[in-house]
Design a binder for this molecule. Sequence first.
Ligand code: UDP
Length: 497
Amino acid sequence: MTTQPQKKLHFVMIPFASQGHLIPMIDIARLLAQRNAIVTIFTTPLNAVRFKSIIDRDIQSRLSIRILELQFPYAESGLPEGSESLDTLPSPSYRENLMYALSLLQQQVEQHFQELKPNPTCIISDKNLVWTPEIARKFRVPRILFNGYGCFADLCAHYIHVSKIHESVESDSEPFVVPELPDRVELMRAQLSSAFNPESDPYLKALRVRIREAEEGAFGVVVNSFDDLEGEYVKEENKTARGGKVWCVGPVSLRNEDELDKAEKGTNKNKASNDEEKDRILSWLDLWTQGSVVYAFLGSMNCVTPPQLAELGLGLEASKRPFVWVIRGAYRREEFENWLKEDGFEERIGKRGLLIRGWAPQVLIISHVAIGAFLTHCGWNSALERVCASVPMVMWPLFGEQFYNEKFIVQVSKIGVRVGAEVVVPPGKEEKFGVLVKRDQIREAIEKVMDEGREGEERRVRAKKLAKAAKEAVEEGGSSYLNITSMLEDVMQYMHA
Ligand code: UDP
């Protein structure tokens, strides 16, 4: 009797155009290819180029993975050349144009979709791309959602939405308990993502409604997290099952095992300047003893104003620790560079501080033994990457779901401390809020997280334990590895049903 060779699964990945969504989706794509699936990733040229060399290496090692480039609709969307993702927009006022540009990609995706060989068997698409359910329906394939954050944050948003608890408090600063969660978690209306803000942009509010609607009918949700980190919350997320089954397959950044992958992932610098930057960073880090350096990074999309950035710099200076400080490339850089010069900051700091302008190879940096603490904007990917690096964090949430992540890291996982940010600063509204976090708060939070006493030591022990659990989760037989197996089996079953 001859056995028929089993048909290979073909996943089409449609990521959102922001680094916090694109990077983990590319990692998931590579994990699926490693597990013998065929993977096609749809994205636009300037996003594709950030992963080209990594994907080329995968292809050379015979994985069936490719990037299919879509033309970016500059003329129709009114976006300036070079702005194909949230982190490269000249200002937050272009966000709506970007969302419009991404919606225009639907037609191109559909055209390519019909020509893909072998026929795609499943779509994994970002939940922000609300037109992807239509493609799944049209081509009769299951659609798996990717939402860019963990189960805890998703549940906070979900239970606040369904209970409307935030509408029962009298002011933005009155705390309320988020219903239904396994732990008692208090938040204030001023800390919620823009969907819950009555003054929020009507366009964004309408989009949130469409995003929730688009969750309906999904085959499942793939989450960049792992069972040992979010245990009770993974179970709870499965119970709510708005988008079908939940598979936690992370931390997906651990897919980048070698130094080259870590250095090149997501970068928009060219190879020569990237190599040069990598050498500059590693030789600087080698100067310092284990666990002595603070790494400060406020996210790829932050629009922190120059005066608030200056306060951060002065806080790092006051900490008296060596530090790496990543300063975003696109936003009011000239003004900030002027402050640096006028203040004499870099001269005063000398070799104790390493400033990185624009894109930084974050995963490479935080894997270095010299790093002893992270100051973070609480983006979920950064938080997870830091969990893997087993170092405690100073949490400085800015907007979006970042206050939920802060609660999770400080209160539930107990591996971080708060800097003391109290309110969401919506992108584009920074000027209105002024300097909210002062240099002394930054210095104190760094001292606390690097404290050598019992509390600090317990935090470090917990961080080490979680990092070990993260590595075990992605190893063969680990929970995330097995969740990928189960996802593949479920899609296979759907195909044969
Ligand atoms: N990132 C990086 N270098 C940078 C900026 C960002 O490597 O200079 C990566 C970071 O490691 C993470 C992602 O981009 O994987 C950012 O995602 P996150 O959820 O932390 O925050 P966001 O930037 O989306 O707010």
